[in-house]
Write a protein of this length. Sequence first.
Length: 223
Amino acid sequence: MVRLFTFMTDDSSMRGSLAAEADGDHDATSPPRSPVDQERIKRAVREILAAVGEDPDREGLLETPARVARMYAELFAGLHDDPRQHLRKFFTEKYDEVVLVRDISFNSMCEHHMLPFMGVAHIGYLPAGRVVGLSKLARVVEVVARRPQVQERMTETIADLLVEELDAKGVAVVIEASHSCMTIRGIRKPGSLCVTSAMRGIFRSHLSSRSEIMTLIYGRPHA
Ligand SMILES: [Zn+2]
């Protein structure tokens, strides 16, 4: 019988600690955070505006290509960041209960439509000696999300990173997200939620452990 220990993130405090870490991670001598070619994006956005029948030189659109370029640099910053580095600052702890962080909010970009999908990730793992700070899990979600993505791959990538870097006995990742490519276009189903999960180690091989972690994840009034 595995005893379980749950951490829930308070979203506002998580954001605060993430911001603080981001400041600390990059000092003045660091290379530019985003090697995204913004001039190239600007040219492309101008092209798209013209292609849909707009006048890119209209006053309201003059700054749009530059704005979109800065936005994409931000939304795809994860392409130039290695999520593993955040898991390598683990500490050794004789702690053999499940660690669970629920409701890590994220937004990502669907690679099929270049439209955002957003939601929450729940990450649970059963450590085998290596434990990371809770905010590092949120950081990993952030880095993996800020890339052209599909939700299924995002879920598996996070699970595999935890297995590989923490050598955890079990990893469970569940992601719930709303895809704007399903809500504003195509079949237009607002309110639909896409749920994906990736189970590794004991959570994959032992049905009882798996149902235990799923109960932990959903064991509360669920919006
Ligand atoms: Zn899509």
